[in-house]
Design a protein around this ligand. Sequence first.
Ligand code: PEP
Length: 258
Amino acid sequence: MASRVPLVAGNWKMNFNHLEATYFVQKLVWLLRDAHFDYRRCEIALMPSFTSIRSVQVLVEADDLKIRYGAQSVSVTTQGAFTGDVSADMLAALGCTYVIVGHSERRKYHPEDDANIVDQVRAVLAAGMRPILCVGESYEERRQGIELDFAVGQVHDVTRDLSRDQAAKLIIAYEPVWAIGTGMVATPDSAQDAARAIREDLATTFDETVADAVRILYGGSVTSKNAVELIGEPDVDGFLIGGAALDADELATIARLT
Ligand code: PEP
């Protein structure tokens, strides 16, 4: 691996109110302190619901904590009459580092098409944060044997509209849809094949420097039981974690193993 610091990002989805989020962060930080966790070796980020971000921020700032945090989605507009939306500037003002963009659940349950996803990426970057762009095939694409083309195509649909500097700030999460929340994890070989194909595409679209800079995470039923094998792959730079990120002990263990 190049000099990419691994990232372990917890996607809490629609779980934890702000009190539960506060308790979770306190417990996680205590566990990591107890384990003498080195945050320079592996970055940890939490992606709470919008309603919990401020509580996480207060904890992080008050105690000078090293964990980072972000949001699970963002509006493509900057302000105005968009009831229910949250802008990138609002998230940046809360100290967010990351925003998940294009998660398969957002693509499925909300009208988030390619154009909207590109606009979200741009909005996140313009506000000085980093998008975690989610891509990955469904079971059907895998059955047809087109999973690599599909995932690379989803990346390409976004990167073709970005400048080189913008692309270098991306984090990409390869998350096969069939593996999300199912207990079915991609094999290390398969995660590596996808991560390498995505990195090769970045090198072709931009150059080796961009391809080397972008962290590519694996997501889909990651636990402390399968994390070690997956992170052993040269192009896998960490994880985007759903279910296992709801358990502080499990998340701390995965971070230690990463
Ligand atoms: C996710 O939703 O991003 C995810 C990877 O979920 P899980 O870890 O539960 O499969």
